[in-house]
Design a protein around this ligand. Structure first.
Ligand code: IDP
Ligand code: MG
Length: 141
């Protein structure tokens, strides 16, 4: 197996707009269709502390208060997926941050509303996946 195709786990969070708009099934289905395997799934209302740890690199950005209000206004669906090259595969089907710039065929390109309300989070590195999984689920056996 090539080194860039190792079996990985990734953290995917369906943000409150996914639940509000009835898009949970559609979004979960897209990850299944690219061959990723669902390991855990839990609906949660996030605390400000969890959000601060999750988005700590963005806390100084001017849009952080809006982002915090968005991801805490309703429940999210926190999930862990496993598969070959899972982190890159998931980021590819999620698409660019701004739905207006995301390619058609991606989740954000097809369904996202705007630069804040873009439906999904996906880990961007193995280190991020490990810390995000620990932040949302604690130590996973
Ligand atoms: P990503 O989710 O594509 O990895 P990040 O830059 O890590 O994008 O930003 C995290 C989240 O913060 C985005 O998904 C989006 O919800 C929000 N966000 C990012 N950039 C902006 C912005 O310029 N304005 C408003 N919200 C933003
Ligand atoms: Mg990010």
């Amino acid at each position: 197996m090539p080194a860039n195709e190792e079996i990985q786990q990734t953290f995917i969070m369906l943000k409150p707009d996914a639940i509000e708009r009835g898009l949970v099934g559609e979004i979960i289905s897209r990850f299944e269709q690219v061959g990723l395997k669902l390991l855990r799934m839990e609906t949660k209302k996030l605390s400000k502390e969890t959000v601060a740890r999750h988005y700590k690199s963005l806390m100084q950005k001017p849009f952080f208060p809006k982002l915090e209000a968005y991801v805490t206004r309703g429940a999210v669906v926190a999930t862990i997926w496993q598969g070959r090259d899972a982190i890159k595969v998931a980021r590819k089907i999620v698409g660019a941050t701004d739905p207006a710039l995301a390619e058609k065929g991606t989740i954000r390109g097809d369904l996202g509303s705007n630069c804040t309300e873009n439906l999904v989070h996906a880990s961007d590195s193995p280190e991020a996946a490990r810390s995000e999984i620990a932040n949302f689920f604690g130590k996973v056996a």
